[in-house]
Design a protein around this ligand. Sequence first.
Ligand code: PLP
Length: 424
Amino acid sequence: MKFNTQAIHAGYTIEPTTKSVAVPIYQTTSYAFDNTQHGADLFNLTVPGNIYTRIMNPTTDVLEQRVAALEGGVAALAVASGMAAITYAVQTLVQAGDNIIAASALYGGTYNLFAHTLPRQGIEVRFFDVKHPEQIAQLADEKTKLVFCESISNPAIKVADIPQIAQLAHQVGVPLIVDNTVPSPVLCRPLELGADIVIQSLTKYLGGHGNSLGGAIIDGGKFDWKAHSDRFPMLTTPDASYHGVNYSEHFGAAAFIARARVVPLRNTGAAISPMNVFLILQGIETVALRMQRHCENALAVAEFLQNHPQVAWVNYPGLANSPDKALIDRDFNGKASGLLSFGIKGGREAGAKFIDALKVFVRLVNIGDTRSLACHSATTTHRQLSSEELKTAGVSEDMVRLSVGIEDIDDLIADLAQALEAAK
Ligand SMILES: *Cc1c(COP(=O)(O)O)cnc(C)c1O
């Protein structure tokens, strides 16, 4: 099946009891065992089946199969948010004393997790410049467990050269994890470009309507854990915390997702609610159609801003004169998603006036909604960061970030024009 067919059908065959066409919402915490032996077999992972909604649910299972299909992976795990997905992906491979290598241009929440929370738990995070991935070789040592980057970073909008970064990660013997939230699998499929594991914040384009949080980890199933068993004993030796299971032996290509489910998710519990899963599944059915409009509208907005006298700079990798346009053409189907940023002349003060004058663009800190959204990162998402950290994260004080929605483009341009006038 091709992408749009998968977006509507993957993971669900009409449920035989009720013949429900829409994916049913299994709003249940637990599932009855046929008898003691059945319960024991389920816990031993010797028969497939449901136990408890913290670790699996039939509605969630459809979502997991669907996002795995859309990203071209072998298995997926859905959790309560994008941040939970990132945390669990790291915790599946890493423990105190280890280190990871991450691009410094990151989503604000991820940056805080990596720069502040993980180090307090004994995990060192070594940052590299996503535009200089050759730094990975110098940063890596025998305690390095993974390389992490965003395909298109939010909010700095830097485009990663995924094939090159994947090759450098593999040279040091570790998998590449790519947060593919901004382009969504409609524009970019990192697993086909050499990445090993993909993260999606389902909250953004896949859900797409600004109504539910969710996150997913998708495994391409290609990284050979056994060939690197000294580095990844968690996946290649018996796990005492789970009946001595050896994940690579037992689950083969799906070992990573299996451990993510039965260790971090089971033991720390950021489970997604079946209702959110249902809403996200509704969003996924139309994601390719919406993405097309997001991209068209964002390009039109970028071109308008680029020619506006009050605008100092525009960062939209879909612009013909963007230094990232070649990467966008090669790896992103020529389209650059709905996220763009620009510098308003007059800095912080003009930025605040501009934001306050907007009438159609909504002032908030989200992306990937049908609605157009605007935010001033330095005073909101990134306000905990020092000026030095802002610089590393690629966030300047005059930067306004737009997530361009799917409204009529004339209304969006008119709104930006009047707000720029008000900011004079
Ligand atoms: C929003 C976002 C996240 C976090 O997702 P939540 O669902 O809000 O937890 C992670 N990465 C990127 C690129 C994001 O835009």
